[in-house]
Design a protein. Structure first.
Ligand SMILES: [Fe+2]
Length: 135
């Protein structure tokens, strides 16, 4: 089981696209670590690795938005917050139940859905704005 970055998710900005690909890769590492029933410590490390990347990636987008007075900064940031809430819910579930099938499915479906909903609409809008600003 994996989530997949596909060409239709390209926002036309290489930096953002590359970060999205990396984000998908790290979500998949987490799913793999759970599916392979790796130890708590190892899965925990993969989870931290994913979390730090999410924070870094959202931070990059938000810095661009603030610096360039992006008009939709608050609604975009709100979407990132929703992701973080879901992500924390996943961490909580994993800590409580471990790598159960339902935690794996929950992770894959909720993060996959969010990414497929957010990237081609919200991030694409931001990327078009950046392009217009020659960023
Ligand atoms: Fe975003």
């Amino acid at each position: 089981m994996a989530i997949q970055w596909t060409e239709d998710l390209s926002v036309g900005n290489t930096e953002i696209d590359n970060q999205h690909k990396e984000l998908f890769a790290r979500v998949n590492q987490f799913l793999d670590a759970m599916n392979q029933r790796r130890g708590k410590e190892e899965v925990g490390n993969v989870l931290k690795f994913l979390e730090s990347y999410v924070v870094e990636h959202f931070g990059m987008e938000e810095r661009y938005m603030i610096r360039l007075n992006y008009p939709e900064v608050s609604s975009h940031k709100e979407q990132h917050k929703i992701f973080m809430d879901t992500f924390r819910e996943i961490i909580k579930k994993y800590n409580e139940k471990g790598a159960t099938v339902d935690v794996v499915i929950f992770t894959q479906s909720r993060l996959g859905e969010w990414l497929r909903g957010h990237i081609p609409v919200i991030d694409k809008k931001l990327a078009s704005f950046l392009k217009a600003k020659n960023k």
